[in-house]
Ligand binder design. Structure first.
Ligand code: CTP
Length: 245
């Protein structure tokens, strides 16, 4: 009897630990493909759930003063260790959130090329991880329960990029086009497009594709519903997960 109740306690706490794990969604795709719009639409439709958005942009390395003087030579689209993103920082932020701890995540300023301020991100039921190279590192990829690739035509991406970079980012059009042909396009072909194979769902036309977004939200709701059922019947989860193994 004593052994059984001890075992019961252990399994319940295992079940609690397991069901508290957030549902992690990865959203990748070329620059200016409409990833942010897709994420915003998912968040809006999941209004009754706790959802947080984590942008890979927040983990851009800060440039040194020397790099800042030659910023047009810097490749912001390359996944290599000494290039764009600090993946170790991203991984440790995700570990914190997955273990139910709040974390401060930097906010990247594209005008100054710096992470100036941070925002506090609380643990949530759903975490959306968004970025051009978010499927590149297998350690980050393995954290995801659902992977979405936003597939938008190259000309649409380039047109949006020109509009955005000359507007919001205050850049010169010549510089935008140089950066595109020197770094952005080759990196898309060599590093971003090859990660499409990891996607569970590919969304053509990005945020304009309402049918795809409705289906994705339905699937997330089903998954979260299963989690809720496990909260009410923790043993159900234990039996279910045993069968899964
Ligand atoms: N980038 C830049 N200058 C920096 C840092 C990044 O021009 N200081 C560019 C990179 O070249 C990269 C792009 O920012 O191509 C990545 O951001 P992007 O995916 O375009 O932004 P999101 O708004 O997240 O994407 P989407 O438009 O798909 O929503």
């Amino acid at each position: 009897q004593a052994r059984n109740s001890q075992a019961g306690q252990a399994t319940t706490s295992v079940a609690e630990n397991v069901h508290k794990q957030p549902f992690v969604i990865g959203v990748a795709g070329g620059a200016a493909s409409g990833k942010t719009t897709v994420c915003d639409m998912i968040i809006e439709q999941l209004h009754d759930q706790r959802v947080v958005l984590v942008n890979q942009d927040s983990f851009y390395h800060n440039l040194t003063p020397e790099e800042l003087t030659r910023v047009h030579e810097y490749n912001f689209d390359h996944p290599g260790k000494f290039y764009a993103f600090d993946n170790e920082k991203l991984l440790s932020a995700m570990e914190m959130l997955k273990h139910g701890k709040a974390v401060d995540i930097p906010k990247y300023d594209f005008r100054s090329y710096k992470n100036n301020i941070s925002r506090r991100v609380n643990p949530s039921d759903v975490i959306i991880l968004e970025g051009i190279l978010i499927f590149h590192d297998p350690r980050v990829r393995d954290m995801m329960n659902m992977k979405i690739f936003v597939d938008t035509d190259a000309d649409v991406r380039l047109a949006r990029r020109i509009r955005r970079d000359t507007g919001e980012k205050g850049r010169d059009i010549g510089m935008v086009l140089d950066q595109y042909s020197k770094f952005v396009k080759p990196a898309f072909d060599d590093f971003i497009l090859p990660t499409k194979k990891y996607a569970d769902i590919i969304i053509p036309r990005g945020g304009d594709n309402h049918v795809a977004i409705d289906l994705i939200v339905q699937h997330i709701r089903t998954k979260l519903g299963q989690h809720d059922l496990c909260k009410i019947y923790p043993n159900l989860y234990v039996i279910h997960s045993t069968f899964q193994i």
